[in-house]
Design a protein around this ligand. Sequence first.
Ligand code: FE
Length: 197
Amino acid sequence: MSRQDPAPIAARAAAVKSALLDKGLLNTETVDHIVHLGADEWKPENGARVVARAWTDPDFRARLLDDGTAACAELGYEGPQGEYIVAIEDTPDRHNVIVCTQCSCTAWPVIGLPTDWYKSPEYRARVVREPRPVLRELGLELPTDVAIRVWETSAETRYMVIPLRPAGTESWTEEQLSRLVTREALIGTALALPACG
Ligand code: FE
């Protein structure tokens, strides 16, 4: 490696962490706590449970649409990057998809940390310009009479999608329903899984 080459990401991260610890701007407990949250607590299964509750409890659905942050906190999903959750609901004639064109914002407590494809410059640039082809490439072919709305999530507004409840699930429990909701469904690049799936 020449002196001009940037250090590998892990080495740079370690150097920044070391400098912050040395200056007393960070402590190891905080770092360990954030790492624990990212690895073990922030996951799309949380958002799936929120969606399943909204599908089965009309009062909760209304609260979720009115104040996503408070409604998610009812189920224990709150904390960093979960302060401004806004839930947007798919309808038979409008599909919603979210993106952060500036960086990679997600509502960490209910969607989890962003995945590589969500962070990619290609997804961020293209989904706002040509959402229908991008969704098709990701495996979601929507009928042409279904409108697509793209939402720009940001530090101040962390969106989550409430996908349509699959047909044939009328008698399903909240637990069963939650298994139909993936990270991609919460972002809007997929539908909730079909009942037969
Ligand atoms: Fe961002």
